[in-house]
Structure formats: C-alpha cells, structure tokens
Design a protein around this ligand. Structure first.
Ligand SMILES: Cc1cc2nc3c(=O)[nH]c(=O)nc-3n(C[C@H](O)[C@H](O)[C@H](O)COP(=O)(O)OP(=O)(O)OC[C@H]3O[C@@H](n4cnc5c(N)ncnc54)[C@H](O)[C@@H]3O)c2cc1C
Length: 453
C-alpha cells in the first residue's frame, strides 16, 4: 500500500508534482489557500507570464503533456534591446534554431497542470483551504477555510509546495531546523501591460523577443501574451533618488517613462493609473540547508525561491519534480531514503541558480549595453562552434541544456576567465586567437558527453 500524500500549495510546482504522484498511483490531497483560477476569475498573482526553458519542458515531455502545453507557448529567440532613443538591437539567445525560450501564461499553465493532475484519477484539489500549522507529534495539519473556520487533517507524507512564504518551511523552523536564509533584494518590481493593437489583437512590438530596456541600475522588460498584449515589468531600487519610494504620483511616473522608456510609454495609454493600481512585489532569495523534516519535504520555491532574472524559478521547480520522481523509481518509493538523497542532489544546484540569477540582473540591466559584452558573446558562440560539448555559453548551459546548475556555474566561471583573456586586446571576433583559445579550453574544460548535456 502506497502512503497517502498531503500536499500544500497548488501552484505551478505543486500541480506538476501532483501529476507525477498521481501517475505513480499515490492518492494525493492538495490544499490550496486561493480559489481555483479555472473557476473564478482571480489574478494569476505575481508574473502573469513566465519564460519556460528546456529544464521546465523536459518534465512535461516525461509526463506526455507537451503537445497540450505547446498551444500556450510563444517562442522568444532573443533579447530585443531598446535604448533611450527607441533604437532597437536584437541579441540572439543561442545559435541553433531550437535554442529559444517560451513565454507562457501562469494562469494557463497552472490550469492545464491541474486538469492533468485530476485526470490521473488520484488527485483531489481542495481550494480555499490554507495551511495554518503542522503537528509532527500526531502527524496532523491545521487548515483554515475561507470563513476562517479551522479543521484538522491527518497526513502520512507531507509535501510543502507552498511557495516562498511557505508555512511548511516555517513549521520546520518551529521544530528547530536551522539553516534557512532569506535575502531580500533592495530592488522590487511592478507589472504593467502593453495592450494588443485594437484592430486584430496584433502585437505592437516584435512578438518573438523578450524586450529589455536596460538602464544601468534599473530596467523594464516585456514578454508577449497570446492575446497580443505584453506583460511589462519594471525593476527598480526600493529607495533612493529614482526608486519606488520616489515615484509618488502620476507626474513622477510619467516623467520617468517619457525620459527613459519613451517608446514603451507611448504604448501604455493609462500608465499612471496602472502603476498605482498594481501592487509592487518584493524579490528575494531563500536558501535552506535542510529540505526535509521527519515525513515532510519541500519542493519548488518553498525550498529555493530565486530572483527572476534568469527566468529559472519555475523551471528549477519543475526539475525538482522530475528528479523526485526519478528517485522514487530508483529507491522503490522509500520516502525516507528519497527525501535525504533528493535534498543532497538539489540543494547545491538550487544555490547555484540562485547565484546565477543574481548575476544575471546585472547582465540584463547593464552589461548588455557594453560593446565588450557583445564581443564576448560573439567569441563564446565561435568557441561553441569550434569546441562543441566543451565550451558552451553559460546562458545556453542554463537555458538550453540539462547540465546541473552547479556545474554550469563552475564551468561558467572558467569560461568567463577565458573570454576575458581572449577579448582583452581585440575589437572584433575576426581577430580571435584560436590557438590560444584551444590551449585555454584544453587546460580548463573537460569534454562533456551528449548524455551530460
Ligand atoms: C516577477 C517574477 C517573474 C518570474 N519569472 C519567471 C520566469 O520567467 N521563469 C521562471 O521559471 N520562473 C519565474 N519566476 C519564478 C516563479 O514564479 C516561481 O519559481 C514559481 O511560481 C514557483 O512555483 P511554486 O509552485 O513553487 O510556488 P508558487 O507559484 O508560489 O505557488 C505556491 C502555491 O501555494 C499556495 N499557498 C501558499 N501558502 C499556502 C498555505 N499556507 N496553504 C495553502 N496554500 C498555500 C499559493 O497560493 C500558491 O498557489 C518569476 C517570479 C517572479 C516574482
């Protein structure tokens, strides 16, 4: 007899894990504090759309649902950089046709995952029922209904998929589990919308790009939606001369947009209104030393929230699900063993993507404006062609491959050093010293097998 699974949180990761477990024959009860977005019109919460990449796609292929997911996707082949004068520059993410990322609606994807979980016949979602506390002595949880009444539910295995503010993680801390850190970023974000063209729901800016307005200490980005609109996100310091704190009225918001993001401002007629209606979201990194306690386990953001600048939070959470499923196979559903191996396998990788996501904020808002950055990118592509399976640009390792994050991070550091040395005295990739490149690559980087990629 398989144990019954109690899951907290029916977000992206919880809903996907419910499919894996339902397919394995587990009976799963999922408690979600919010209403069901499939039945009630509610905000998708933070980030209306997200970038989906290979690490997030593979688990959906394993589940056999990728043909359905594809209907929700808009490919983005690269960054479209907008300078202050509205001049555009396209920067490809990769150099192979298949090296694209996809914009996907959070609400659309989570609805599809919930449908698929229910279709296993083993998963029951309980909406508007939020976890209050966990009692590990008698293995019960206390939940609260919408009307604030509370009830108890006995659990055998408890999965915390309740996102960054996780109450399951808090229950670990209440039981003296140490090693949880939360580093708040001193920048926050605000979501805005570029509406579709009125005539035929057509896109007002290039559809197949992730748009960036990089401005040094801050930036604006935009991802396309299927209805022709774009979800726009402003990332800005919390305090200081130009910050969320300083934008106190419509005039200040309009001044910022007209002086720094003029071409975007022209596409958002009700900018001031939107700005003050929409919430400002905080950003931060959560790291946990221990992802399990007794018969409870954390997955997704509950264990490892990362800042969104590599577009990997959800992708990493989906990789968690697939890895957990693989370990359940490997250890014959022995949860005690699986929980500890899973924590060891995932922890250093999620810490690595947390670091790389922080690095990528500087790349997106600032480095992309530097001609040296473009030269290094061109050299990296050249080296990838000449030394396949050995030199792979870091962005590609993270977004287009399955090389563990920690390995992508350490190889990326070696590669950054190689690129610094090779770009030092040249202005153009044509002048690349290929013998020197070969020598540096041989010294620093092993050849990866196709299976490692
Ligand atoms: C601005 C922004 C942009 C992002 N862009 C990207 C991107 O492009 N690509 C990408 O891969 N990732 C991105 N992310 C990260 C991504 O949103 C998260 O990694 C992902 O949502 C994590 O999924 P999750 O299911 O673990 O947590 P969540 O999505 O937070 O879901 C947790 C669920 O648990 C529920 N819950 C919470 N507490 C309780 C409780 N006490 N009881 C019951 N239910 C509870 C919540 O209501 C929620 O439904 C972005 C994040 C932000 C903030």
């Amino acid at each position: 007899m398989k144990q019954k699974i109690t899951m907290i949180g029916a977000g992206l990761v919880g809903s996907m894990m419910a499919i894996f477990l339902g397919k394995r024959g587990y009976k799963v009860d999922v408690f979600e504090k919010l209403p069901d977005i499939r039945k009630e019109s509610i905000s998708a919460g933070r980030s209306i759309n997200l970038a989906l990449a290979n690490r997030g796609i593979r688990p959906m292929q394993q589940l056999g649902i990728m043909d359905k997911v594809e209907t929700l996707l808009i490919p983005m082949a690269g960054r479209m950089l907008h300078d202050v004068n509205g001049e555009l520059q396209f920067q490809s993410y990769g150099q192979k046709d298949e090296e694209v990322i996809y914009s996907v609606s959070r609400g659309g994807l989570v609805s599809l995952l919930r449908d698929e979980a229910e279709a296993t016949g083993n998963v029951t979602f309980h909406f508007k029922q939020g976890l209050k506390s966990v009692d590990y002595k008698d293995n019960t949880i206390e939940l609260q209904n919408e009307d604030k009444s509370v009830f108890h539910h006995a659990f055998e295995i408890l999965l915390g998929a309740d996102g960054a503010p996780s109450n399951v993680r808090k229950s670990f801390e209440e039981n003296n589990v140490k090693g949880v850190t939360f580093d708040l970023l001193d920048h926050s974000y605000k979501e805005l919308t570029i509406p579709a063209s009125e005539d035929t729901n057509r896109f007002k800016i290039d559809t197949n790009s992730l748009h960036i307005w990089p401005r040094g200490d801050y930036m604006l980005i935009a991802l396309p939606n299927l209805d022709g609109s774009f979800t726009v996100t402003l990332f800005l310091p919390n305090k200081g001369q130009l910050s969320f704190e300083s934008l106190t009225n419509n005039e200040a918001v309009n001044d910022l947009f007209i002086s720094k993001f003029k071409d975007a401002a022209e596409l958002m007629p009700n900018l001031g209104e939107m700005f003050f209606e929409n919430p400002t979201g905080i950003l931060g990194t959560i790291r946990c030393e221990q992802w399990h306690y007794k018969n409870a386990l954390l997955i997704g953001d509950a264990a490892h929230a990362v800042v969104p600048f590599h577009g990997q939070g959800m992708n990493c959470g989906f990789e968690d699900c697939s890895e957990l499923d693989t370990l359940l196979d490997k250890y014959d559903d022995n949860w005690k063993k699986v929980m500890s191996v899973y924590t060891q396998a995932r922890k250093h990788n999620s810490n690595a993507i947390a670091d790389m996501a922080l690095d990528n904020y500087i790349e997106m808002r600032d480095s992309v404006r530097d001609p040296k950055f473009h030269l290094k990118k061109a050299i990296a592509f050249e080296l990838e062609n000449k030394f396949p399976n050995q030199f792979i640009p870091r962005y590609s390792m993270v977004m287009f491959h399955h090389i563990p994050y920690a390995q992508a991070q350490s190889r990326g550091e070696i590669q950054a050093d190689i690129l610094n040395k090779l770009s030092n005295n040249i202005e153009d990739v044509q002048n690349l010293d290929i013998d020197k490149a070969e020598q540096l690559i041989k010294q620093g980087l092993t050849v990866l097998s196709d299976a490692d990629l």
